[in-house]
Write a protein that binds this ligand. Structure first.
Ligand SMILES: Nc1ncnc2c1ncn2[C@@H]1O[C@H](COP(=O)(O)OP(=O)(O)OP(=O)(O)O)[C@@H](O)[C@H]1O
Ligand SMILES: [Mg+2]
Length: 385
């Protein structure tokens, strides 16, 4: 029985795909495979006397990325406390927010960072893209060939609500190990999934208008978690946390924006996205004035086709936001909607697809931003000490 909807372990790569995922040469892949001690299988068919080619599963690829990190072969952000938080948000539906959150987490993990995706949307699309159907019940599991690990029982609500209630008995907060899903094994990107009960966060946040400013609740929750103040629930082991927000404005998404170091706004090149972006910009300005936070905004054009005249016109309209636009765009590709059926990001299903490669390029761009922010934070902490 599988532990996610996706059949992850029967998905295999030959060397070319494995090298693309890790951004290394075939020779380096061979050296890593031999030196890491990680069990890499070989294809069954073989001509006599020739060693059969190595085949790699997603969990092996992520284990090799972790090996490379542990050996110090890649640069990772300096980090002594709270992870760098990326909040994916724009007040417009269907702009590839979830696709971008999950593809980015996948590539950052391959680049050596430890990533956690937190799904804040009742639609639970990020959870689906990482292998989970939020409305699957424990009784139905067997019918679908999955075990109890594939069931979504806990969400951010399960942890955050008892934290907010602040009643004695913090033992009601479930432990990190109980709530986090690891669809690609320990070394892949992790997920705090969502189901319809994640909306209980909103109801609970509405009570908090007093002492602790409501908008800063997620920020405080993360700081307390990483300082070890929430027993059993310490998020400081992650380099990056990505909140995937729904398209609507809510207290929950405002809290996620206020907790962000980077706000990622994927947009389609159309007038509705521009409206959503204007609204996001206003939200960020409000937060800056009310709670003095100023996350860096990065606008990612998605569904991009340079040869559509509307796109050219939109580029002009985006001029006021020019400084925030990512130099990398994600092209329109039917491969993205097709990949949803596989319950895994496109990158994992088809590493050689143009869309997967574009998200890798974008992740490298984000890696530099993350490094710079982490270094700035370390320097500020050093100066304060
Ligand atoms: N580059 C792309 N080209 C074509 N289709 C895409 C692209 N990126 C994403 N899609 C598809 O667009 C649809 C919406 O994507 P996604 O769910 O990521 O958007 P979203 O902004 O998170 O939506 P929502 O506002 O509902 O949360 C999906 O079917 C997805 O596969
Ligand atoms: Mg979404």
């Amino acid at each position: 029985m599988r532990s996610t909807y996706a059949d992850v372990s029967s998905h295999t790569y030959r060397a070319k795909s494995a090298c693309t995922l890790l951004g290394i040469s075939e020779n380096t892949l061979r050296v890593y495979s031999e030196n890491s001690g990680i069990q890499v299988s070989r294809a069954k068919e073989t001509a006599s006397g020739i060693p059969s080619p190595r085949i790699f599963t997603p969990d092996v690829i992520f284990a090799l990325a972790a090996y490379r990190r542990d050996q110090g072969y890649v640069k990772t952000p300096p980090h002594s406390g709270v992870p760098i938080v990326i909040t994916t948000s724009v007040m417009k539906g269907g702009t590839a927010k979830t696709t971008s959150s999950v593809e980015l987490a996948t590539h950052l993990q391959l680049l050596g960072m430890r990533c956690l995706v937190i799904d804040l949307d009742v639609q639970a699309n990020a959870s689906q893209m990482m292998g989970y159907e939020a409305d699957l019940t424990a009784d139905e599991a067997e019918e679908y060939g999955v075990n109890q690990e594939a069931i979504v029982k806990e969400t951010l609500a399960t942890v955050l609500i008892p934290y907010l209630e602040r009643k004695p008995g913090a033992d009601r907060i479930p432990s990190l190990e109980d709530v986090i899903k690891k669809p690609f094994g320990e070394h892949g990107p992790h997920l705090l999934p969502s189901d319809i009960y994640v909306s209980d966060i909103e109801k609970n946040l509405l009570f908090y208008t007093g002492k602790l400013n409501r908008n800063l609740i997620f920020k405080k929750f993360l700081a307390d978690s990483c300082a070890g103040k929430i027993p059993g629930f310490n998020l400081s082991g992650y380099d990056v946390i990505i909140f995937d927000c729904p398209p609507s404005v809510s207290c929950t998404s405002t809290c996620a924006l206020a907790a962000a170091d980077i706000v990622l706004a994927p947009i389609r090149m159309d007038a509705f996205s521009l409206k959503g972006l204007t609204k996001l910009f206003a939200e960020l300005q409000d937060l800056q004035e009310s709670v003095f936070v100023a996350p860096e905004l990065i606008i990612l054009p998605t569904n991009y086709s340079a040869n559509i005249s509307r796109v050219g016109r939109m580029q002009g309209k985006l001029n006021p936001y020019k400084e925030f636009i990512s130099p990398i765009s994600i092209s329109a590709s039917e491969e993205f909607p097709k990949s949803l059926e596989g319950y895994m990001p496109l990158t994992i299903q088809k590493p050689l697809q143009a869309g997967s490669k574009e998200y890798r390029e974008f992740a490298v761009y984000m890696q530099n931003k993350i490094m710079a922010l982490a270094e700035k934070r370390m320097a500020a902490e050093g100066a304060a000490a």
